[in-house]
Design a protein around this ligand. Structure first.
Ligand code: ADP
Ligand code: MG
Length: 324
């Protein structure tokens, strides 16, 4: 493996520009003047480990882009726009040097694409190698801009009893993509491609998040990463409330396939939010694919209702990360 400095020179320094906050990746730290921000600073970090969150056979470009996008999805949930990110890479020392260099070149190309697409700077990072699997940790920084800057940050636990629960778009694409990649679903070719695209390159709902916060009417919001059912429960739990979900009202990626599998699978990256009824109606007129799917009530736990209003039993509520 080439020295850390050479890797930074070759693959990461070309991604930064003179005048960026990262000191051209030549200093100990990045300096981001607070006056460059329009609101509170919003921070988040997510780690992807080979063999756990992605496969060795996944294209390195999309691994980089997904690692960034899952963080941008967290910023979107708080109505924030991205400013910059830090990248901590732990490379497996056992990998053949040429293979890992080719991998890094593709990884950096993917990262460059999304830094440009989402208009944020690479501020710095860390590059190490060790005996463990390849691990990619990205920390993203954001701020609320425009109308969102003067509104509170839509905390996960700020939902109120009586609020309606809404989503910004269809649920289940992440589940379908994973199933297709694992060879477990027979779908038309075009649908398969769409499902894989959603799984590998989720779309962070930045525009929608800013719109929700800017409305000043959304109490709570989160991104759906663990599956709609599990995350609805997280949002209700955080507020000390119960939630009801109307299965028939949930927009599905593929209405012909098992709805429960689609609403309990992960990796959707739509936003789930809670707001009063009138506000929900107003917001729906501005969201192309949004839907009102349930409500928060006094109590505890999650109830899924069928079209006749009867409670359904669920075998599992989504993907639960195993404790180490
Ligand atoms: P230090 O020894 O002070 O921790 P490093 O030698 O690790 O600094 O890194 C040198 C510079 O390169 C720093 O500005 C750091 O932010 C940047 N850097 C290191 N690895 C990465 C990476 N994977 N992506 C982006 N910047 C990186
Ligand atoms: Mg270092």
């Amino acid at each position: 493996m080439v020295a850390e400095f050479d890797l930074i020179d070759r693959y990461f320094r070309p991604l930064v520009a003179d005048g960026d906050f990262g000191q051209l990746l030549r200093d100990d730290c990045a300096h981001l003047p607070l006056r460059a921000l329009a609101s509170d600073l919003v921070l988040t970090v997510d780690t992807l480990i080979e063999g756990v969150h992605f496969l060795a056979s996944d294209p390195p470009e999309t691994v980089a882009r997904k690692a960034l996008r899952v963080n941008l999805s967290d910023l979107a949930a708080k109505g924030a726009s991205p400013v910059g990110c830090l990248l901590a890479l732990s490379l497996p020392s056992s990998a053949h040097a040429l293979k890992s260099e080719a991998w890094l070149a593709d990884f950096a190309r993917g990262l460059a694409l999304d830094l440009q697409q989402f208009d944020l700077q690479l501020l710095g990072g860390d590059t190490t190698s060790g005996p463990g699997p390849l691990s990619i940790s990205i920390t993203a920084l954001g701020h609320a801009t425009g109308a969102a800057a003067s509104q509170p940050p839509m905390l996960r636990g700020a939902g109120r009893a009586g609020d309606l629960l809404c989503v910004t778009g269809p649920i289940g694409w992440g589940y379908l993509g994973l199933q297709v990649l694992q060879g477990g679903l027979d779908l038309p070719e075009a649908t398969k491609r769409q499902a894989i695209q959603h799984y590998r390159l989720p779309e962070p709902r930045l525009r929608e998040g800013a719109l929700l916060r800017g409305s000043g009417t959304v109490h709570a919001c989160m991104d759906i990463s663990d599956g709609l059912v599990a995350d609805a429960r997280h949002l209700a739990d955080a507020a000390g409330l119960a939630c009801l979900l109307d299965l028939a009202k949930i927009p599905l990626a593929e209405p012909k396939l098992d709805p429960v599998a689609q609403i309990t699978g992960g990796d959707d990256y739509q936003l789930l939010f809670a707001c009063p009824g009138e506000a929900a109606e107003a917001i729906m007129t501005q969201l192309e694919q949004g839907a009102i799917i349930g409500r928060l009530t006094q109590g505890q736990g999650l109830t899924l209702l069928d079209a006749d209003g009867n409670a359904l039993r669920l075998a599992k509520e989504g993907y639960v990360h195993a404790k180490p």
